[in-house]
Design a protein around this ligand. Structure first.
Ligand code: AMP
Ligand code: TRP
Length: 312
């Protein structure tokens, strides 16, 4: 039995923290092998806001290294770069000719980005049609995305329906796959861990960085269990494992923080080392293999599209 196809787009991801790991990366790593998985670095999507060639190149490589470091096996998933497969932009144009401006104007993500001060360029505006092309070229059924991208999957379904109706039945309707995370990971101040709150434990942080972040964890003054330390510790060890440690060190916050540093470092070090060991050449080779496989699948689909619209 062929596995159902999964496709997702990776935004170049700087400065990831352990909240991103437990909230998004780990649920993905735990799931992707159940599918025929395609992972794509969306460099042309990034161009809607990023106008720095060096940064775009660097971010693309970093996105791949991150996924390899957290455990995605390039032999078990097709990892590729959007710009390596010209069919994406070609199909996006066709979808642009099928949807209306008022329809695209309803996109929350577009409105949010413009409200945040991003330039309202035409690429940002038609972003959902490039994303629809990403998904529909591969007959992807499952599309893992965050809650904020749910509407974009609706746009992809709509693009498929419009095309099938205007021409011939070429596309399958995709479905979002909202992966269940362990819950919200708290930061050093007890609030949701977030880059914008400056309360993070960096995912690939050095021991010194981990130590610095843990020492900054806010503790209450009442003796007993320092809640914020314990909440973070629980991500790494079971309550049963932690009980004797917290019992023996009641009120001794320094000792508990030291133990947390140990455990965080033991958890992060293998990923950090894996990430450091991945060369640019290895990334290039993974992307070259991936591009070849992605082109094979998408070209067949694109030929059917070209015939359907009448350019062949
Ligand atoms: P962001 O960079 O905030 O857009 O988050 C990227 C992904 O990481 C999303 O899928 C979030 O759900 C997840 N994430 C970010 N912060 C946390 C957190 N503190 N706890 C759990 N998941 C998180
Ligand atoms: N828009 C998605 C995001 O911001 C990234 C993305 C682009 C994507 N193309 C995709 C996700 C195709 C899933 C499938 O996160």
């Amino acid at each position: 039995m062929a596995k159902p196809r999964l496709l997702t787009g990776l935004q170049p991801s700087g400065d990831l923290h352990i909240g991103n790991y437990f909230g998004a990366l780990k649920p993905f790593v735990d799931t992707y092998e159940k599918y025929d998985s395609f992972l794509m670095v969306v460099d042309y999507h990034a161009l809607t806001s990023l106008k720095s060639p060096d940064e775009l190149r660097k971010n693309t490589i970093e996105a791949v290294r991150t996924y390899l470091a957290v455990g995605v096996d390039p032999n078990k998933a097709v990892i590729f770069k959007q710009s390596d497969v010209p069919a994406h932009t070609e199909l996006a144009w066709i979808f642009d000719c099928l949807v209306t401006v008022p329809f695209l104007m309803q996109a929350h993500a577009y409105k949010d980005k413009v409200a945040k001060g991003l330039e309202a360029n035409a690429g940002l505006f038609t972003y959902p049609m490039l994303m629809a092309a990403d998904i529909l070229l591969y007959d992807a059924e499952a599309v893992p995305v965050g809650e904020d991208q749910r509407q974009h999957i609706e746009y992809a379904r709509e693009a498929a329906a419009k095309f099938n109706k205007a021409f011939t039945e070429v596309f399958k309707a995709p479905k979002e796959l909202i992966l269940k995370a362990t819950g919200v990971v708290p930061g050093t101040d007890g609030k949701k861990m977030s880059k914008s709150y400056g309360n993070t434990i960096p995912l690939f942080g050095s021991r010194e960085e981990i130590q610095k972040a843990v020492m900054s964890i806010v503790t209450d003054s009442s003796a007993g269990i320092p809640e914020n330390v314990y909440a973070m510790h629980k991500l790494l060890k079971s309550e049963a494992e932690l009980a004797p440690l917290y019992e023996a060190n009641k009120g001794s916050y320094k000792a508990l923080k030291d133990a947390l540093v140990e455990d965080l470092d033991a958890f992060i070090a293998p990923m950090r080392e894996k990430r450091e060991s991945i060369s640019d050449a290895e990334v290039a080779s993974v992307l070259a293999d991936g591009a070849e496989k992605a082109r094979e699948v998408s070209e067949a689909k694109m030929e059917a599209v070209r015939k359907a619209v009448g350019v062949r």
